[in-house]
Structure formats: C-alpha cells, structure tokens
Design a binder for this molecule. Structure first.
Ligand code: MF3
Ligand code: CO
Ligand code: CO
Length: 277
C-alpha cells in the first residue's frame, strides 16, 4: 500500500452535490462490488457456531489484500476493523471480537472494499446454525425490504419512493424501520450525498437520475425503531434489545432501472434462507 497519491487523483470531499457517473465509473464499481460479493459468498461456510467474529474480520482483510483491495472501514474515522459484525440486537457497526458465534445467533456482516479507488459496500445476514422461525421471518422480510426498495429505482422517481417501499413492507409485518442510519451515495468516496432514507413518502427526497450510485441498506427491528450507541462509540443496539436485521446492496441508476453491483455471483444473496429449514 502506497501512502502517496497524485494530487489530481484526490477526490473532493462530500460537498452535498450529487455525482452522476459514466461507464468507466460503472466498470470500476462493478469490479469493487463483485469482490465484496465474493467475500460475502466465501463467508457463508465460515459462519457457524464457535467461529469468533474476529476470525471473520481476519479473513476479510486477507481476502481483500490477496485481490489488491483494502477494507474501507479500516482506520475509517477511528474504526479499527476490516468489517462490521452485528449480532442479534446489534443494529449496525458491531465490532468483531474474540467471542464465538453461538447456535441460533443471526449476524450481519458488512464489507466495503476499495479497489482501484472504487468502493463496493454490501452486507448480508447469516444464520448461525439453526435459528428460530421468528428470526428467520425477520431475515426474509428484511431481505424483501431491500429488494422492494431496489425495484423502484429508476430515473425520474424520487429517492423517497425507496423509503416508502421499504417502510410499507416492514410495517405490514409489524416491524419498524430504523431512522438513525441511512443508505448513502458511494463511489470514490465511502459516504457521499445523497442520503437514502429507508422510510418516508414517494414525494420526498431528490429525483433519481441515470448515473447516480448509492447504497440501500435497511435496518428492520422486531420491536421499536429506537437505537442506542454503546460506550465504544460504534456499536448501535436496539433500545428495547429486540432482534434487528439488515441487508445492503450498492446500486447504479441506469436508463430503465438500476444495476445491482454487489449481487452474489453464486446466488447467495440471502444465506440460509433458500435451503429447507
Ligand atoms: N459499511 C457501513 C455502511 O454500510 C459503514 C461502516 S463504517 C464503520 O455504510 F466505520 F463502522 F465501519
Ligand atoms: Co453503506
Ligand atoms: Co456497508
């Protein structure tokens, strides 16, 4: 890893303006995102009772380095790990540690690789061994929320339509949508404009245009939507300690819809949900 960068390659800060990207950017995002997806695929066999989340983190770092990529979270705003591992009542930003995963846990693994300057950001839920039917239901509905949000993406539609689709589906199942975290523009910056809310109305937000690139990453709670951040400054948990789930894709707006950059090449976008229970 070089510590020097050409000044003209330096990407501007998040200025609030919304970047519209062309074909080369889409190709860069495809490559970075597919590496992230392949890593999340590899993790399927590693997530089982007894595996410490730190071992997952080690794998994410190694796999990235082996393929010329860096985990974007490493040293991001003081964060010291290569991924986030958010278990059970942890909404997001769970820090990998030495504690072993236990049968019945549900864990979100969120990976962002930077490859040739482009960020591919994605997360999936992984059941640990056999999980309870109510946990499985939460995962299914949350995955459906993500896909329903993605389905409305196309030029001319407002970003609020994504939130409306997600909120409507979550609340139909008596779940709640976390308000404190949202999706985000992504590209050469990890977190860029616009914010993508996972709740709201289709008359809200900004109009989507071809070439926009952002994440959709709904966090859906079994209980109330409120979250609390622990003393480590990162770990966000549900205030009522009930179960929560999240899935995330990075997408690019195309002429007629969108391209899901982080889709699993192995068909493992919903680990554990497609095999019989
Ligand atoms: N990958 C997360 C996201 O989806 C961000 C994690 S930032 C970290 O936006 F510092 F907590 F790792
Ligand atoms: Co994200
Ligand atoms: Co992420």
């Amino acid at each position: 890893m070089t510590i020097y960068i050409q000044a003209e390659e330096q990407v501007q800060r998040n200025t609030g303006q919304i970047r519209l990207y062309g074909p080369e950017a889409f190709e860069g995002m495809r490559k970075a995102s597919q590496l992230t997806a392949r890593c999340l695929d590899e993790l399927v066999t590693m997530v089982k009772p007894g595996t410490p989340t730190e071992k997952i983190d080690d794998f994410v770092l190694e796999f990235g380095l082996d393929h010329g990529a860096m985990p974007a979270t490493l040293n991001y705003r003081g964060y010291r790990k290569s991924c986030c591992t958010s278990k059970n009542e942890v909404v997001c930003h769970g820090i990998p540690d030495r504690k072993p995963l236990r049968e019945g846990d549900i864990v979100n693994i969120d990976v962002t690789y930077v490859l040739d300057g482009w960020h591919g950001d994605s997360s999936r839920m992984y059941p640990v061994g056999r999980i309870k039917p109510f946990a499985r239901k939460l995962l299914e509905v949350t995955q459906d929320c993500l896909m329903k949000g993605i389905e409305v993406v196309r030029p001319g539609v407002k970003t609020g339509a994504i939130g409306q689709a997600i909120q409507t589906h979550a609340e139909a199942h008596r779940y709640s949508v976390v308000r404190d975290f949202c999706g985000h523009g992504v590209g050469q910056l990890f977190h860029d404009a616009p914010n993508i809310l996972h709740y709201g109305r289709d008359s809200e937000g900004i109009e989507m245009r071809e070439g926009m690139i952002f994440t959709i990453e709904p966090m859906i709670n079994m209980g109330r939507p409120h979250v609390r951040v622990l003393g480590d400054g990162w770990t966000a948990i549900t205030a009522d300690r009930k179960l929560t789930a999240q899935y995330e894709h990075t997408v690019g707006v195309t002429k007629n819809g969108c391209e899901i950059f982080t889709r699993s090449p192995a068909g493992l976008d919903r680990p554990g949900l497609d095999d019989p229970s």
